[in-house]
Design a protein around this ligand. Structure first.
Ligand SMILES: NC(=O)c1ccc[n+]([C@@H]2O[C@H](COP(=O)([O-])OP(=O)(O)OC[C@H]3O[C@@H](n4cnc5c(N)ncnc54)[C@H](OP(=O)(O)O)[C@@H]3O)[C@@H](O)[C@H]2O)c1
Length: 268
């Protein structure tokens, strides 16, 4: 798995990260959340993204990590309109993750003007490593760009896959100009793009790039854009982590292969 730098070279992280929206709770319901987190680390997926919005996910990660906290990079979020709520969410996360959150993001830009100074103060105290912001909707990308231009955030988290390419218009060029790290969400379209995978014959032209499955092709598609740093994919199935991790190794697709994946995705 390749590593890329975030925060103007401050930290190096694996290009495939583990998302935890809905899927970690699904793994826990099957009694497999510890196995999932351990399998992710073993596969080289040692960046984990979570949020207070994802039910019990933050607590489940903390429970599963136990003595392995030092092996992972935690990307958590604040998600509340209230200043007190944001402070309480950070304090809970700091407790869960051994005194420090590696990246704290403002989820869906909720009350960012309120939370940003609080996170900056926490960074001064060593409780937070990097600061970021996320949004899933192209309608909010104007506001996200405004925040990026303040120079006060290190990363953004946005959706990007062959069926949703709105970030190519403003967010990716701006991130590249400003040196802002990009974590992409929904690389498999929340699973929608996986419903009717292409046949092995259709994937054959991608085999020289190490691709054996459609999930790997979609992950490599996003990561082959050099303005992207991390692709966050979620699964409840530990057996899928080695497969997904393989989408994060070079050789990267060129323009021709990326266009081919877009054509394949259009018929899913
Ligand atoms: N900040 C925000 O606004 C925001 C919004 C959305 C997401 N996110 C973050 O981004 C992460 C990733 O996004 P996502 O979870 O929506 O979507 P995703 O990774 O695009 O899709 C996840 C779905 O793909 C399936 N899947 C995973 N690996 C697979 C494989 N190898 N083969 C077949 N199916 C596979 C999973 O099902 P199985 O469990 O059955 O494998 C799951 O249903 C989230 O978990 C979250 O951390 C943030």
């Amino acid at each position: 798995m390749e590593n890329r730098s975030l925060g103007q070279g401050q930290v190096s992280v694996p290009v495939v990260g583990l998302g935890t929206w809905r899927r970690l709770e699904a793994a826990a319901a099957a009694g497999r959340h510890r196995e999932l987190i351990q399998a992710a680390i073993a596969a080289g997926i040692w960046l984990i993204d979570t949020s207070p919005m994802y039910g019990a996910a933050e607590r489940l990660i903390s429970d599963a990590l136990n003595s392995h906290r030092g092996q992972v990079f935690i990307a958590d979020k604040v998600w509340t309109p209230s200043a007190e709520g944001g402070t309480a969410q950070l304090s809970r996360a700091v407790d869960w993750y051994g005194g420090r959150v590696d990246l704290m993001q403002i989820h869906n830009l909720v009350a960012w003007q309120t939370h940003l100074p609080m996170l900056e103060a926490a960074r001064e105290r060593g409780l937070v490593g990097l600061i970021g912001a996320t949004h899933y909707s192209p309608g909010a990308f104007g506001e996200l760009a405004e925040l990026m231009r303040t120079g006060r955030i290190d990363t953004v988290q946005v959706p990007y896959n062959p069926a949703h390419r709105e970030v190519e218009r403003t967010i990716l060029p701006l991130a590249d100009d400003l040196g802002v790290g990009v974590l992409l969400m929904r690389p498999l379209g929340e699973g929608q793009l996986m419903r009717r995978p292409p046949s092995p014959a259709q994937l054959a032209p991608l085999r020289p790039f190490g691709i054996t499955t459609w999930a790997q092709a979609l992950l490599k598609w996003g990561l082959s854009d050099p303005r992207v740093h991390v692709s966050l994919t979620a699964t409840a199935q530990p057996g899928r982590l080695t497969e997904n991790a393989a989408g994060g190794s070079p050789p990267w697709f060129g323009a021709e292969e990326r266009a081919y994946v877009v054509r394949l995705a259009a018929t899913r």
